[in-house]
Design a protein around this ligand. Structure first.
Ligand SMILES: [Fe+2]
Ligand SMILES: [Fe+2]
Length: 310
């Protein structure tokens, strides 16, 4: 007779999926709720910095592209909230935890978007970093999360290319446009590196998450992968990445690079980034404004159920 724990361990060891009906350790469930919720919140809060430019897009074409991209992020949030609900927690509870500061979202979305070049830089670097983080999660041990990631990753790679295409267009434009792109990359490069989380030595949960098959790579591995991927893209674009320590290391077969400002990272995570208060205030306002829609949907569902009983 195998115990439930042994069955769980064997499933994870075979890289098979754990499904909602399966027994799972409470720590595994809690870790997943925290991670998937943080991911869902990031998609939804991440709509704000780019949504900021929707009314000021430079052309109808750019406006249509940006609108579609921001809507995609809303969809990602919905897949992920749904995945999280299979673990026994409701979307409303998750939203309330976000608003109360009990759950986090990615630190990157606490930085402002100051020019239209930021739309391109976010697509290139922020969606690019998200892809590095998320492609391995398609093979994560929890079924609903992994399946959501497959679909999300396809859309994220499209986002990355649209950002790169916008920057390429601007780099072929005027000196002023090129300067806008460089200034934007200067602001976003380091925060993008911070998206992979603290260095492995300061990431106490990584070992357990890897044993459970939730995480497939460490923060530092993924950060390195992102740097190696971004350097040739920056060269092709004609922008300089703002890191004097950045150079190819023949021995390691990777780029060496400087250390992000981890004090800044901790300050942003703790709520003291440039836009933390603004992002949560906006999310709370949207939640309150939507109360009548939730009430109406509930009333409609109750009436439909009553009618079908009758
Ligand atoms: Fe997304
Ligand atoms: Fe995206």
């Amino acid at each position: 007779m195998t115990t439930l724990q042994e069955q769980f361990d064997a499933t994870v060891a075979h890289s098979d999926r754990i499904e909602p009906r399966d027994w799972m350790p409470e720590g595994y469930r809690k870790t997943l709720v925290r991670q998937i919720a943080q991911h869902a919140h990031s998609e939804i809060i991440g709509m704000q910095p780019e949504g900021n430019w929707l009314t000021r897009a430079p052309s109808l074409r750019r406006k249509a592209i940006l609108l579609a991209k921001v809507q995609d992020e809303a969809g990602h949030g919905l897949y992920l909230y749904s995945a999280c609900e299979t673990l026994g927690v409701s979307r409303l509870e998750l939203t309330e935890m976000l608003l109360a500061g009990a759950q986090k979202y990615s630190s990157i979305f606490n930085y402002p978007t100051l020019s239209y070049a930021d739309v391109g830089t976010i697509g290139w670097l922020v969606d690019g970093a998200a892809i590095c983080n998320q492609v391995p999660l398609c093979r994560t041990s929890y079924g609903p999360y992994g399946r959501a990631m497959v679909r999300i990753c396809k859309e994220e790679s499209f986002h990355q290319r649209q950002g790169y295409e916008l920057l390429t267009t601007m780099m072929r434009g005027t000196d002023e446009q090129r300067a806008m792109v460089q200034e934007s990359v200067d602001r976003f490069w380091w925060p993008a590196l911070m998206m992979f989380g603290p260095p492995d030595a300061d990431s106490p949960n990584t070992v357990q998450s890897m044993e459970w098959g939730i995480k497939r790579n460490t923060n530092d591995d993924l950060r390195q992968r992102f740097v190696d991927m971004s350097v040739p893209q920056a060269e092709a674009l004609g922008v300089t990445l703002p890191d004097p320590a950045l150079r190819w290391n023949d021995e390691r077969g990777h780029h060496d690079f400087g250390e992000p400002d981890w004090e800044e990272f901790m300050a942003v995570v703790k709520g003291n980034g440039p836009c933390n208060a603004q992002r949560i205030a906006h999310r709370r306002r949207a939640h309150d404004d939507g109360a009548w829609v939730r009430e109406a949907a509930l009333a409609f569902a109750e009436r439909s159920a009553e009618e079908s009983r009758a």
